[in-house]
Design a binder for this molecule. Structure first.
Ligand code: ME8
Length: 647
């Protein structure tokens, strides 16, 4: 009997079409699922959409649709994108599925009846886009600590879940399962920032909006998103709050892996295990919080038409190139960047130059020298051993990297094999062997060895780039192999390569691709402006007296550090003539402290002091911002004393 492996992605909000960042997660989970299948596991992959909440209710209203009409459309779009990038899910759950709704109601009632949920009243700061309540001390600059947007005070009757009751048991679970949270660094953050200071009870119902699953014994309330969303992992496979659940549930639960983004690790490693403890169900084995894929060169914005979507990428580069790019863009847990230009570079450097070239050259030589026939003539030389060793070791190395889901490392190992094979061509110089009739068998052996290395590499590549792997092997007239057959050459006696093989990846011309991309974005921008993000309006004309009210001065940065509790703010110590000032500036995402120390810049010196994150800021750094959100501080054109006035 094969071991089961149940993995899930987060369920995506149906508030808008997902950009390539959200899509990355589905590709990542799919690659893991396919890899596990190749390793012989009986895999089940669940993904889906998270469809309730105030934000979605508001978006639907703005679009002139009912919430259900709205989520039906967006959920279908998400499913279409997942299909487009080749996500091989076994179940696509929607939180508006009747069975899910029914079970969430039962779960809520059960937790209420056993005393884990109680009725109280909530007062706090609410961020509508994030659907999160925050306490005063959690706010940064009086704004949402997650997205930096304004929050509003809110109070309402609500049901709460007694989180603190389970904190000790959760700590014990962390101790007994040191691998539970990946990357490991996030475990300490959960313990020190949330569990140790004491868990706050969690609000699990809302009565200020309607778009949610009604609490069946108190229909003023709807279940608040996280209890609704997290339980998808069990309801999707047949959990039943009143019984043992379906056969599938009994087979699959507990999950082997939840693949989620770094921003929702807290919900998955604290709230979710605690809900499960309260329900008396086993806890998931692992939660992997991947990094974020961010757009290089400024914020993605619909009004600028520069949001990168998976379907546009697939249109320009093809499915597997997109999969390869996103899977290699970030080492485990870290963030990565994407831009059209960087995808072009990567496609050329790795896919065309390394893989495409290797396959083309090998097939072309087999066609040229042997009419397409490949067979081992057994004339080995010393140089073959190194290639064989690299090929035999590749599977072990890729599997090792995949133990902790280091997908980019696994791909690196596979491409190292392709690089090694390219080097083997240079070392053996088949075109020289071809000139000497007596070397024909050696030449055949070289081409056989190359074919074997490539097919081993392609078999390992399959989980990440399925179409390429299949197409590549078919070019050689061969099939992909199981992982347990990748540790030796000799799996085929002879084969015939295609006379005109399908090109896997050709080199891209940067200008031609960018022209296509720009045309696509130009066409889209005006249409998407309808979704409206207000552009900054011109300001009214002012008199010189108005301008003179502003005192601008040159300042020298003596010291600079990040403001704790904030990922946006830097604290600068400035010398402005004879005085020293502290200024807090929201430029941490654009500059690190080392970039600024010793620099001269311009400040507004007569701005009333304000407290930011508890630090008094005595002035403001003058910066330029372009339409993409790129920031640059201003500096005097030649050296001039700090304290100098600007007029
Ligand atoms: O958080 N790069 O939904 P969501 C990589 N409904 N991953 C990203 C990303 C980026 N730029 N932006 C978002 C939700 N993600 C909830 C989940 S689960 C019970 C409920 C990831 O649509 C994000 O971290 O905002 C999350 O894992 C997933 O995409 C869906 O995000």
């Amino acid at each position: 009997m094969k071991d089961k492996f149940y993995l899930t992605t987060a369920i995506a909000y149906t508030s808008a079409k997902p950009h390539i960042g959200n899509t990355y997660e589905a590709i990542l989970a799919d690659s893991i699922a396919r890899f596990k299948k190749k390793q012989g596991y009986d895999v089940f992959l669940q993904t889906g959409t998270d469809e309730h909440g105030q934000k979605i209710e508001e978006k639907a209203k703005a679009a002139g649709k009912t919430p259900k009409e709205f989520v039906d459309e967006v959920s279908a779009e998400i499913k279409r994108l997942w299909d487009l990038v080749g996500v091989s899910y076994d179940k696509f759950i929607r939180t508006t599925d009747k069975e899910h709704e029914k079970q969430v109601q039962k779960i809520f009632r059960k937790l209420y009846e056993q005393g884990d949920i109680y009725k109280g009243s909530y007062e706090g700061w609410y961020c509508t886009p994030c659907e999160s309540f925050w306490t005063e001390s959690q706010l940064v600059d009086g704004k949402c600590p997650d997205c930096g947007r304004p929050v509003k005070k809110a109070q309402e009757e609500a049901y709460f879940f007694k989180m603190s009751k389970y904190a000790d048991r959760l700590l014990k679970y962390y101790e007994e399962h040191p691998d539970f949270i990946l990357p490991l660094s996030r475990k300490n953050e959960m313990i020190n920032n949330f569990l140790k200071p004491g868990l706050q009870d969690l609000c699990v119902s809302r009565s200020s909006f309607k778009w949610g699953i009604p609490v069946d014994f108190d229909d003023k309330h709807v279940v608040y998103v996280w209890l609704d969303a997290l339980t998808n992992y069990i309801t999707g496979i047949g959990y039943d709050a009143d019984g043992k659940g379906s056969e599938l549930y009994q087979k699959l639960w507990p999950a082997d892996l939840h693949v989620i983004g770094k921003d929702i690790i807290r919900f998955h490693t604290i709230y979710w295990p605690i809900f499960l403890m309260a329900l008396g169900e086993p806890l998931p084995k692992r939660v992997y919080g991947h990094g974020w894929l961010l757009q290089d060169g400024g914020k993605m914005s619909k009004s600028k038409g520069n949001v990168i979507y998976a379907d546009d990428l697939v249109d320009v580069f093809g499915r597997d190139a997109v999969r390869y790019y996103v899977l290699t863009a970030m080492p485990q847990g870290a963030d990565g960047l994407i831009s059209w230009e960087s995808v072009i570079e990567k496609v050329n450097a790795d896919l065309a130059n390394v893989l495409g070239n290797l396959v083309n050259r090998t097939i072309a030589m087999s066609n040229k020298y042997f009419g397409g026939k490949v067979e081992d003539k057994g004339v080995s030389e010393e140089v073959d051993n190194d290639l064989k060793a690299a090929a035999y070791a590749a599977c072990g190395k890729a599997c090792k990297a995949m133990e902790d889901y280091c997908v980019s490392d696994a791909l690196e190992e596979i491409f190292n094999l392709f690089r090694r094979a390219n080097k083997y061509i240079d070392e053996t110089a088949p075109w020289i062997l071809a000139k000497d009739q007596t070397k024909a068998d050696r030449l055949a052996t070289v081409l056989y060895n190359l074919t074997e290395s490539i097919v081993i590499g392609l078999s390992l590549l399959y989980p990440f780039m399925p179409e390429t792997a299949l197409k590549g092997a078919a070019n050689f007239g061969l099939s992909l192999r199981d992982f347990d057959k990748l540790d030796k050459f000799g799996a085929f006696k002879e084969t015939k390569v295609k006379e005109t093989p399908e090109i896997l990846f050709a080199r891209l011309d940067q200008k031609a691709v960018m022209d296509k991309v720009n045309a696509m974005q130009a066409e889209r921008a005006p249409k998407e402006t309808a979704a409206k993000e207000p552009e900054k309006a011109s300001k009214p004309m002012i008199d010189i007296e108005d301008f003179e009210k502003v005192q601008l001065k040159v300042a020298l940065v003596l010291a600079c550090e990040k403001v704790e509790k904030s990922n946006k703010l830097l604290k600068l110590t400035l010398k402005v003539g004879d005085e020293t000032r502290t200024v807090v500036s929201g430029i941490a995402k654009h500059y690190s402290p080392e970039d600024l120390i010793g620099k001269k810049l311009v400040i507004v010196a007569n701005l009333k002091p304000v407290k930011l994150c508890g630090i008094e800021s005595q002035g403001m750094i003058v910066c330029a911002e372009n339409t993409e959100g790129k920031i640059a501080f201003l500096s005097p054109e030649k050296d001039i004393e700090d304290g100098s006035e600007i007029f």
